[in-house]
Design a binder for this molecule. Structure first.
Ligand SMILES: *Cc1c(COP(=O)(O)O)cnc(C)c1O
Length: 352
């Protein structure tokens, strides 16, 4: 049955080992971020068996699954700032959550008190990427407010970079977090954890340019796709092909490279442009934007993705490929494609 995503658990396990080893050499204990695989049980098990003790996800639904699979054997971390309406569950199922809003922290405190728990939090600081986080100059004011919340324990400070703004982690940027830690600790309130970002912090870590106080990273893409995320360079010793998307060809025909007729908008409201390359052999694979993103790399030589609609992937193919109806084409998914494939109920998950 196609389309499929083939998941090579052994390769994921190898990547997990490599990343844990690299982090350890730099005094970092990372968590594994499972959101791109929707907290898939077999994948998460592979991560745990290879040494990850903390699993992180952006969705409470996925955290609840992880708790069911592993009980108290792992620590759970909620990545997306909690919704007020979720705080009761967050306290129930998450050991740690990332936070930036006092109103949410108060709600978490209220539920932690009711559940007779201490809920641990990491305060997110916006160092310029402009996604989540409080401004650096507001950190100490928040600290004063947090002293009133008896059931909240602040583990440390964190930041998220290279997501919305594409800001690259540098020593200068991450040092701002360390300055804040030092200011926080003047009256002996220790912060044990400095969470210095995601897979985009791997370069600065391995080049020893990361401030030493950074002792935690949150790793997703690097674990699964074997790449850091500043320049998407391959991380030495990791597998780039732990996931393969497979789709079946349903048409192969020679067609002109420019559509015939007056060109308006395509299926997604965009106005397409075309380059005239004369007649070309094209194939259609039975997979579309409901299943994947177009950010995939064909594994076969002579196959190129030229477009896609909800259910069709259009390929320019070299005559030498001999592709015919019924053949299977394979792709290495990028992050967006992996996220879509794991989320789409139409894509079969096949474990290797
Ligand atoms: C998704 C996410 C991560 C993981 O990012 P990768 O680039 O996949 O390593 C880390 N932190 C937060 C807050 C996230 O939302």
């Amino acid at each position: 049955m196609y389309p499929q995503i083939e998941i090579d658990l052994k390769k994921i396990g190898e990547n997990a080992k490599v990343m844990l080893h690299q982090c350890k050499a730099h005094g970092v204990v990372p968590c594994a971020v499972t959101k791109v695989v929707c907290a898939d049980k077999k994948v998460a098990t592979e991560l745990v068996e290879n040494g990850f003790k903390q699993l992180a996800d952006s969705r409470i639904e996925n955290i609840i699954k992880l708790r069911e699979y592993f009980g108290q054997k792992i620590e759970t971390l909620l990545l997306r700032l909690p919704m007020l309406s979720d705080c009761e569950k967050v306290v129930q199922y998450c050991d740690i959550s990332l936070n930036s809003e006092l109103a949410t922290l108060k709600e978490l405190d209220k539920h932690a008190k009711r559940q007779k728990k201490t809920h641990k939090v990491i305060i997110m600081v916006d160092l310029g990427d402009l996604r989540e986080g409080i401004w650096p100059n507001e950190v100490l004011t928040l600290k004063d407010e947090l002293k009133k919340l008896n059931n909240i324990e602040v583990l440390g400070l964190g930041t998220n970079l290279t997501c919305y703004g594409g800001v690259i982690p540098t020593n200068e940027t991450l040092s701002k977090l360390i300055e804040l830690k030092e200011k926080w600790e003047v009256d002996k309130d220790k912060l044990h954890l400095i969470s210095g970002g995601n897979s985009s912090s791997i370069n600065i870590m391995t080049s020893k340019d990361m401030p030493q106080e950074v002792n935690h990273l949150r790793l997703g893409e690097s674990l699964f796709l074997g790449r850091e995320t500043v320049a998407r360079k391959h991380i030495v010793d990791t597998n780039l092909d732990a996931f393969k998307v497979k789709a079946e060809i349903i048409e192969v025909k020679k067609k002109p490279s420019i559509p015939i007729g007056t060109i308006g908008q395509d299926a997604f409201g965009e106005t397409p442009t075309f380059e005239d390359k004369g007649e070309h052999l094209r194939a259609i694979a039975a997979i579309g934007r409901q299943d994947i993103a177009l950010s995939m790399e064909p594994l076969q030589k002579g196959v190129e993705i030229i477009g896609g609609s909800s259910d069709h992937l259009l390929l320019d193919v070299d005559e030498k490929t001999n592709l015919k109806v019924g053949d299977i084409v394979e792709f290495i998914p990028g992050y967006g494609a992996l996220l879509a494939a794991m989320t789409s109920p139409y894509v079969r998950k096949v474990y290797k």
